[in-house]
Design a protein. Structure first.
Ligand code: PEP
Ligand code: MN
Length: 337
């Protein structure tokens, strides 16, 4: 349930009203203070709450029931966009297009450091690189694991780029201290125990949409993280399974404006896993920037034909440079900047 308070209310009256709600009903109250109004979000069992009685209270402007099962991720609970800001000042969702780039997998110190330097020079604000890899085949390269995370730390030390990398098991969390944004991959989007544990952290979580999951299921997975206290969730559209076989997945471009309408969380797009082929990355990245994505996560490799993972969809640093220029132009035009 959403309660919008009348503008310019005395704080004491608001506090008293919130206390009354908490003591009368089995609910918790989320307060969102905006420039023009204060919105209270009631979570829990609101069946006993009488809408008309609440609407008649002195401080109340309006009352609305929220039908959607996601509450904290819902834009109705938090009308303004959430902006994720890292200690180094890098942002996702602050009105600029955040570029996250790097190889599918960390392979060596030379590889990760050289890719990090190049993508930084082209405008990337974050470095991606998998250390724990979810592979379809148990015989395929599984990632450099702890060593890969150390190499990412070295690249971060050299370039200052914050690290975005995937966690596959909560047991590995102690290794993730120096990781800035923890990625939950498509295959783990509904690993609810993992989501709950990540919800206890105060670190941004990049949550990728599952291969066969709906937009609402993605929002419910975000809700799992947020319900535990961590409000820093970034949603990522990375393509879904359809009957189409020309591309690795089908980029659901409409998911971007739909998610941004339903939720206040930032939304980014991964054109690499969505398409599976390097020549499609640029047009899909441009499309994502045009429909209002807050960022892009792109696989860049210094030597794609010899990549240990996802070489076919990896672009070179030079291709990334061209792409970055084009997408920022499109983004600025569409945003009217
Ligand atoms: C990745 O980003 O490296 C990855 C494995 O992506 P996804 O979970 O979207 O398949
Ligand atoms: Mn990959």
């Amino acid at each position: 349930m959403i309660i919008v308070l009348k503008p310019q209310q005395n704080q004491e009256k608001i506090d008293h009203f919130i206390q009354k709600l908490i003591s009368s009903y089995d609910v918790t109250v989320n307060t969102w203070v905006g420039a023009h109004s204060t919105v209270l979000g009631l979570l829990g069992d609101t069946t006993a709450v009488d809408d008309e009685y609440i609407a008649a209270q002195d401080v109340v402007e309006s009352v609305r029931r929220v039908q959607e099962p996601y509450k904290k991720a819902n834009r109705k609970f938090h009308p303004e966009d959430t902006v994720i800001t890292l200690p180094g000042g890098q942002q996702i969702g602050g009105g600029a297009l955040a570029l996250i780039a790097g190889p599918c997998s960390v392979e060596s110190e030379a590889q990760i450091c050289s890719v990090a330097e190049s993508v930084k020079a082209s405008g990337a604000a974050f470095l991606r690189g998998g250390a724990f890899k979810p592979r379809t085949s148990p015989y395929a390269f599984q990632g450099m694991k702890a060593e890969g995370l150390q190499l990412l730390s070295q690249a971060k030390k050299k370039t200052g780029l914050p690290i975005v990398t995937e966690i596959m098991s909560i047991e590995h969390l102690p290794l993730f201290d120096n990781v800035d944004v923890i990625q939950v991959g498509a295959r783990n989007m509904q690993n609810f125990e993992l989501l709950k544990q990540l919800g206890k952290l105060q670190k941004p979580i990049l949550l990728k949409r599952g291969l066969a999951n709906t937009i609402e299921e993605l929002l419910m997975s975000a809700e799992y993280i947020m319900a535990e206290g961590n409000q820093q969730v970034i949603l990522c559209e990375r393509g879904i399974r359809t009957y189409e076989t020309m591309t690795r997945n089908t980029l659901d471009i409409s998911a971007v404006p739909v998610l941004k309408r339903l939720s206040h969380l930032p939304v980014i797009v991964d054109p690499s896993h969505a398409s599976g082929v390097s020549w499609l990355i640029e047009p899909l990245a441009i499309a994502a920037a045009a429909v209002g994505a807050d960022g892009l996560i792109i696989e860049v490799h210094n030597d794609p034909p010899h990549a240990l993972c996802d070489g076919a969809q990896s672009i070179t640093p030079a291709q990334f440079e061209t792409l970055a220029k084009k997408v920022s132009q499109v983004f600025r035009t569409v945003q009217g900047l």
